[in-house]
Design a protein around this ligand. Structure first.
Ligand SMILES: O=C(O)CCC(=O)C(=O)O
Length: 288
């Protein structure tokens, strides 16, 4: 008989408070051996790809783009335990991309909140307040040292301040890439195997300038089935998960995608945002 799941807290109260207030949290997840295994899988998958001039965002759970050797990262128990502590029970994987660029690629995004997939007239500024129940967590876990993610700590639970408003103009979504610097922006520098869990309604950006080293970073998103979705949920293209594709996957990956399908069926209202999100990804990244 299956044992009922007993939730075990892996984060201290102080860590959960830090995440709630600052909007991010850094934890070591993978040891060196696991990092090396995933780097080898990426190298194997990219052998034929050649050099790209842009940061790639490879959606590695989709059939046409699958990178089989890294897919089981979505079953990593330490990642799932952190997500449970931050969001609640019933953790459902959503976004799953590999950020990849060789040294020399110039990578700069404007400061933004991840509401780019929501039409302007549906963005509710109450989402950016202490009272909003945020039900999504994004995670970047580099396999090479990575300083590309910048965040404005605490900005997820307040409206844009004067400095931010000056560069965002009349939108809540994104400032122009050439806008002046934000003095409150904090660079998140991670070593291989460390992960940052962050609230993607916080003002943040990807910004490496001309990369000195290659970037290989696993980027995941998670939602809890215990609560209604934040409108970022719906990044994975669930329509591509045929029975044939699912049966070709490792059992833990298959189960995670089945759970995703069940949750998407409960929340068809998020499907419209999937298409907008894909448009954003194509604008900001190379997606093949
Ligand atoms: O490159 C990064 O780490 C940040 C990416 C990002 O801001 C986003 O996907 O919304």
């Amino acid at each position: 008989m299956t044992q009922p799941h007993t939730p075990l807290l892996v984060l201290s109260d102080a860590e959960r408070t830090f995440f709630r207030e600052q909007g991010y949290l850094i934890r070591k997840i993978l040891d060196d051996v696991s990092v090396a295994r995933y780097v080898a899988a990426v190298d194997e998958a990219r052998r034929e790809s050649g050099e790209a001039q842009r940061m790639s965002n490879l959606q590695f759970l989709q059939p046409g783009k699958a990178i089989r050797g890294i897919q089981d990262i979505i079953c990593n128990e330490d990642i799932l335990a952190v997500c449970r502590d931050l969001l609640g029970e019933g953790i459902i994987v959503d976004g799953a991309s590999l950020f990849y660029a060789d040294a020399g690629v110039d990578y700069r995004q404007g400061w933004h909140r991840d509401v780019l997939q929501v039409p302007d007239d549906q963005v509710d500024t109450r989402w950016f307040s202490e009272d909003y129940h945020y039900n999504y967590v994004q995670m970047n876990m580099p396999l090479t040292a990575d300083g590309c993610l910048w965040i404005v700590p605490g900005s997820h639970r307040r409206q844009l301040d004067a400095q931010e408003r000056a560069i965002f103009g009349n939108t809540e979504k994104m400032a122009p890439v050439e806008a002046p610097e934000l003095s409150t922006g904090k660079q998140i520098v991670l070593q291989p195997g460390e992960a940052v869990f962050y609230n993607n309604y916080a003002v943040h950006r990807g910004w490496g300038g001309v990369l000195k080293d290659r970037r290989i970073t696993i980027h995941l998103g998670f939602h809890s089935a215990q609560y209604p979705p934040t409108l970022h949920f719906g990044v994975l293209d669930h329509t591509e998960y045929s029975v044939e594709y699912l049966s070709s996957l490792a059992p833990c990956v298959r189960e995670a995608l089945r759970a995703h399908l069940v949750e998407r069926a409960r929340h068809p209202e998020v499907n419209v945002f999937h298409a907008y999100h894909q448009q954003f990804l194509k604008q900001e990244f190379k997606t093949t």
